[in-house]
Structures are given as C-alpha cells and as structure tokens.
Design a protein around this ligand. Structure first.
Ligand code: SAH
Length: 242
C-alpha cells in the first residue's frame, strides 16, 4: 500500500500529537479513506520525514501521533534558483511543479518587459500562496522534505542590479554557448524568459551585467518546457542525477 506524504507547517517531533484540519483532513479521510492505525508520513520542510500513526480520523480534524523521525536526503548539492519571468496561469504552475520535482532550490518570479500577467498588490499575495501550494504538493509527491521557497516577484531591473549577485545564466534561443558546455559553480541563478522571450534591451543589459546567455539547442521551447529541461541538464552536469 502506498504511504501518503502530507505537508504541515507545524513543529514535529516523535511523541507529539498533531492535528491536521480542513482540506487536508477532508482529503485524507474522505477521499483516501485513511483509518485509525494507518501510517502516513508528515514533513514540515526541516529536511526530515516524520512517520505518524492515525489516532482519530475525523472529517474535519485528523489526529495523528508522530512515532519517528527519519532524515530525507533528497536535496541536491547544486543550488539552482529558477528566475522565471511570470508566465500565464497553468504555465507558471507547470514550471514550479516540474522544477520542484527536478530539485530546484528556490524560485524567483520576475516581471520582465514582455510578461503579460498583471498582478495588483491585493492579488499578489494570493498568487504567491497559490504558487507556494503548487511547490508543496510537488514536494509531497516527489519525496522532498525541504520546501523550495517561492520569493516575492521582482522587476527585471531589481533582479539585474542586485548587489552581490550569484553566478547567473539566461536561457536564450540562439545563444552561442550551450548550457551543456559550462563549468558550474555550486550555486546558480537561471533566468528564463516569458512566452515572448526577453527583449533585446534586456538581453543587452544582462550581457553587460555578467549574466551569460546559454542555449538549449536549435528548437524554440515553450517557457514551461525550457526551465525544467535546463534544471534537468544542470542536475546531470553538476547536481544529483548520478
Ligand atoms: N519568441 C521567443 C521565444 C520565447 S521561448 C524568442 O524567439 O526569443 C521562452 C523562453 O524559453 C525564452 O525566453 C528562453 O529563456 C527559453 N528558451 C526557449 N527555447 C530555448 C532554447 N532553444 N535555448 C535557450 N532558451 C530557450
């Protein structure tokens, strides 16, 4: 039988009783039909899995007791921050989901010139919560016990002119250098354009601020394909696809 993994923001330790409420409880009890005595795995992002036994499977509150803590070594030594120009709806979700599965360390959403999504301040908070929830469920599914952070969106200029920048790459169709040909440091920021790509001005600005343009071959990929493809390549070159 498959063991379910469930994220919680609560502190966890062996011996502790934990209650899971609302939608997560509903899903486990009503949809998955979890019953007393069954085991599930909880994680809160601290790098461990916590085995827990179901004590009371209520419809709106599920009570569990944590029985043991296990290290979950599923993080890559290569820190990849995906700097994704905000794409429309589902596409952004796909980028977040796939790159989480592939072991990205964090996400930096970006407003670049050709981003078509407008987010008013009151909508922004909700959208960030949605993005973080997409990442959390990709962690539940993929066995990650460290949850990648979805950072607050930055404007292109704010990102570009950051003090003390990391080693930065920009995916750019037609770039002379191939992503595969790079020697990699342990920490990388990878910028990916929106549906319409980065503008020429943005490409020039990046080139003059030590952001290296790199190519993923001769075909133009959709933005939601480009980021996961690049993360997979980076993990194979210098990460944990061994
Ligand atoms: N119409 C745009 C294509 C944008 S594709 C153009 O011609 O520039 C969206 C983003 O995916 C690009 O900005 C780039 O970051 C990435 N991308 C897509 N295909 C790529 C490739 N073959 N090599 C490198 N990056 C690519």
């Amino acid at each position: 039988m498959r063991i379910h993994r469930v994220h919680t923001w609560q502190d966890l330790e062996p011996g502790l009783k934990v209650s899971i409420r609302d939608r997560a409880a509903h899903y486990l009890v009503r949809v998955l039909r979890i019953t007393s005595g069954q085991t599930i795995v909880l994680f809160n992002g601290d790098g461990h899995d916590y085995v827990a036994e179901v004590i009371r499977p209520g419809k709106s509150e599920l009570v569990l007791e944590v029985t043991s803590r296990l290290p979950a070594a599923r993080e890559s030594n290569l820190h990849i921050v995906v700097v994704q120009a905000i794409s429309r709806g589902e596409r952004m979700d796909q980028t977040l989901q796939k790159c989480t599965e592939l072991g990205a360390h964090a996400f930096q959403p970006l407003f670049s010139e050709r981003v078509e999504v407008r987010l008013r301040p009151e909508k922004l908070e909700k959208r960030m919560q949605h993005w973080q929830a997409v990442v959390v469920s990709a962690c539940e599914q993929s066995g990650r016990a460290v949850v990648p952070e979805v950072r607050a969106p930055l404007d292109f200029g704010e990102w570009l002119f950051q003090a003390d920048p990391a080693f930065r790459l920009a995916l750019a169709p037609g770039a002379e250098q191939s992503l595969v040909s790079l020697a990699l440091p342990a920490s990388i920021e990878l910028a990916v354009g929106p549906e319409g790509g980065f503008s020429e001005i943005e490409m020039d600005l990046m080139a003059s601020h030590a952001v290296r343009p790199v190519s993923l071959g001769p075909r133009i990929l959709r933005t939601e394909t480009a980021a996961p493809a690049a993360v997979a390549i980076l993990q194979a070159l210098g990460g944990d696809f061994v």
